[in-house]
Design a protein around this ligand. Structure first.
Ligand code: FAS
Ligand code: PHB
Length: 389
């Protein structure tokens, strides 16, 4: 088999890249390790920056999003019984869209089916060969039979645990990592959201987040121990703990109900440089991870896709490789700013086991500054809605 671009990974990065390249007449094959249903069963991000919303429109997959999403002009932050809003629209004239990553992925799969582009599910043992030469190829096993695809380029969109990043030799790659000493326990419940915007809560018992997917589907998180297991947390224990971390007026309004999904995610900051090796380009979680506090994971994957799509189109249309040659540097410049925002909001809102009394005073001062200082709020708003591509 031969194609122009092999995309390893059928998550949002791979699917968005595949759709945008198809619309420019560039042929791709997506190799996905799991089944489509497995990929669609993952509950992850919920906030789309304007850049990703624009790309969904460019990809022709924004119709359902436009019908079903929420437009949020700001977000709320609480600390003990205080609650304040950061009004993005008033401060910088921008907003974010609330639309689950699962729906983004579903819309992209449907669009890929509609154009008849090739996606191979349950592709096992994917391996990248000769990425540093001019005739790279990918091998994999399908139904027990060894397969090979020759191509011009490979996009490594296979997430943090994929094989693409590990294809780049250790002496070429530099990994930067910070592992946070806690996780997020998240639940999905068929209950009305407690507030009309998100609430990021700093409390003496730890962080909590009140989010949503639609008017009848809510997404909540509480900071938990890394050693916690989902089975350690009954629904009742989760709701009790969430209420204790929210201002009383909010807790009193909280509508609880059975969880329809419950999972624990570890928190880490991670960046691997460079994001290119020969004809292999890393994209999304394959190259970088952020703690979900700043809602940047899916959105930094989107900006990678933007830069890589631009580079590939320029190569195939104008035989100009400048966009590909500058891909890694351009993508990393934006990623590091998103890493900093995610790291700083995580430090501001979570309780750390080794925090001293002084550290807690600094954390409180930072939140109060964000509460009362318009400059601090403007910086927060600019980063939350997404820096320009
Ligand atoms: P993904 O990991 O989504 O997709 C990679 C795909 O590659 C997967 O389908 C995988 O099956 C496939 N794959 C892996 N190895 C392969 C191989 N060897 N061969 C073929 N295919 C392979 N971001 C937010 O903004 N907010 C959140 O609240 C949030 N919560 C998260 C919770 C969890 C548990 C996780 C893991 C991530 C969360 N994220 C969140 C970040 C998340 O949304 C990612 O940023 C987003 O999924 C990135 O998309 P991809 O780069 O496509 O990677
Ligand atoms: C979510 O709705 O899953 C969500 C929203 C904002 C975040 C993280 C997760 O910062």
């Amino acid at each position: 088999m031969r194609t122009q671009v092999v995309i390893v990974g059928g998550g949002p990065s791979g699917l968005l890249l595949g759709q945008l390249l198809h619309l420019k007449g560039i042929e791709t094959v997506i190799l996905e390790r799991k089944t489509r249903d497995y990929v669609l069963a993952r509950i992850r991000a919920g906030i789309l920056e304007t850049g990703l919303v624009d790309m969904m429109r460019e990809a022709g997959v924004a119709e359902r999003m436009d019908k079903e999403c929420f437009i949020h002009n700001g977000t709320c932050i609480s600390y003990e019984n205080e609650l304040f809003a950061v009004d993005f629209h008033k401060l910088i004239g921008k907003n974010v869209v609330v639309y689950g990553q699962t729906e983004v992925t579903r819309d992209l799969y449907d669009a890929r089916d509609a154009v008849g582009a090739k996606t191979i599910f349950e592709a096992e043992d994917v391996q990248i060969h000769d990425a540093d030469r001019d005739a790279p190829y990918v091998t994999f096993t399908l139904d027990g039979a060894e397969q090979r695809i020759d191509c011009d380029f490979i996009a490594g969109c296979d997430g943090f645990h994929g094989i693409s990043r590990k294809t780049i030799p250790d002496n070429v790659r530099t990994d930067y990592e910070k592992v946070f000493p806690f996780g997020w326990l998240g639940i999905l419940s068929e209950t009305p959201p407690v507030h009309d915007e998100l609430i990021y809560a700093n409390s003496s018992r730890g962080f909590a987040l009140c989010s949503m997917r639609n008017e009848k589907l809510s997404r909540y998180y509480v900071q938990c121990e890394l050693s916690d297991k989902v089975e350690d947390w009954s629904d009742e224990a989760f709701w009790d703990e969430l209420k204790r971390r929210l201002p009383e007026a909010v807790a009193d309004k909280l509508v609880t109900g059975p969880s329809i999904e419950k999972s624990i995610a570890p928190l880490r900051s991670f960046v691997s440089e460079p994001m290119r090796w020969g004809r292999l380009f890393l994209c999304g979680d394959a190259a970088h991870i952020v703690p979900p506090t700043g809602a940047k994971g899916l959105n930094t994957a989107a900006s990678d896709v933007h830069y890589l799509k631009e580079g590939l189109v320029r190569y195939y249309k104008d035989k100009d490789s400048e966009g590909l040659d500058s891909y890694s540097e351009k993508a990393l410049a934006r990623i590091w700013k998103a890493e900093r925002f995610s790291w700083s909001t995580t430090n501001m809102l979570h309780r750390f086991p080794d925090q001293s009394a002084f550290d807690l005073k600094m954390q409180r001062a930072e939140i109060e500054s964000l509460h009362h200082n318009e400059t601090a709020q403007t910086w927060f708003a600019q980063n939350y809605v997404g820096l320009p591509y």
